[in-house]
Ligand binder design. Structure first.
Ligand SMILES: [Zn+2]
Length: 301
């Protein structure tokens, strides 16, 4: 049995998997700001899953951050009470077994590559576009981490091929301007629509307004599609994945799966090749919100 834990900023979710089959799933609120209580909540969740299923399991944990390759301490986490902690060693001591920990976007990519929209593909680029824009890379079933533990972190690259209106672009929390995340995240999309129209709408409301024929919303959605196509074309040029799997809140926009691949060919390197088809697939995540916790379980693969 594989147990996966998704240690989020507001909730901690746990799942027990037998192969692809879900045996049990539980969630508790995250004890925000309290490291010891967070450890305890994870340990209790693991024990509850084992009681529920009557079996013991391997444990993988997805976190909103990563472990420093230098010293194993948590870094880049927006759940700041985890930063600088020896999370793996502390959990291993509490659970009395080895624990594998990975970034939550990497867990998403692992899940979708294992038995989701990227199953059977050799190279999977798994993207989560919601509050932020994270991503993970899985090659032949193995997640790429890299010496800096940032493989796949495309969201803080500048938006490719910017127009004059897109330069320098909105300020990002990372300190730079015009990061991909400032355009493609849900809040980025909302801000772009508001800058152009003066109306503050949530992302799903903008999409609904575009469907109803609103011109400002339609223009915002078209700008969004063009930007996503440019951002993903740069990934295709670099990695040439078999499939790009989209998750997160923005993955619910149905028309992206048709419109974005119709545009990205203009930006993919194909000198003199004319109308050659880009073979990379663009697919919606199969496991939806459960991809993170499932991927944490699949870290023992
Ligand atoms: Zn940034």
């Amino acid at each position: 049995m594989r147990i996966g834990i998704d240690l989020g900023g507001t909730k901690i979710e746990g799942i027990a998997l037998d192969g692809s089959r879900e045996l049990a799933r539980l969630r508790v609120a995250t004890p925000r700001g309290d490291y010891e209580a967070t450890l305890d909540a994870v340990a209790r969740l693991v024990r509850a899953l084992e009681e529920r299923t009557g079996a013991s399991g391997t444990v993988g944990v997805g976190i909103p951050g990563t472990l420093s390759p230098e010293n194993g301490l948590v870094k880049n986490a927006n759940s700041v009470w985890l930063i600088g902690r020896v999370l793996a060693a502390d959990l291993e001591r509490l659970l009395d077994r080895p624990v594998r920990i990975a970034n939550d976007a990497n867990c998403f990519a692992v899940s979708e590559a294992a038995d989701g929209a990227g199953a059977g593909a050799e190279v999977v680029f798994g993207v989560i576009v919601g509050t932020g824009t994270g991503a993970g890379i899985v090659v032949r079933g193995q997640v790429l981490t890299g010496p800096n533990a940032i493989a796949g972190e495309w969201g803080h690259n500048p938006l490719p091929s910017p127009t004059d209106e897109e330069r320098p672009g909105p300020q990002c929390y990372c300190g730079r301007y015009g990061c991909i995340e400032t355009f493609l995240s849900g809040p980025g999309f909302q801000a772009d629509h508001e800058r152009a129209t003066g109306h503050r709408l949530a992302a799903p409301e903008i999409v609904a307004a575009a469907c109803a024929g609103d011109l400002g919303a339609t223009a915002a959605l078209e700008r969004y599609e063009l930007r996503m196509a440019r951002a993903l074309a740069s990934i295709i040029n670099l990695l040439d994945p078999d499939v790009i799997v989209l998750g997160g809140g923005m993955s619910n926009i149905d028309r992206l799966y048709e419109s974005v691949p119709m545009i990205w060919g203009r930006y993919v390197f194909a000198s003199g090749a004319g109308r050659e088809v880009i073979r990379t697939r663009f697919a919606r995540a199969r496991h939806g919100d459960a991809s993170g916790v499932r991927g944490a379980a699949w870290l023992w693969n």
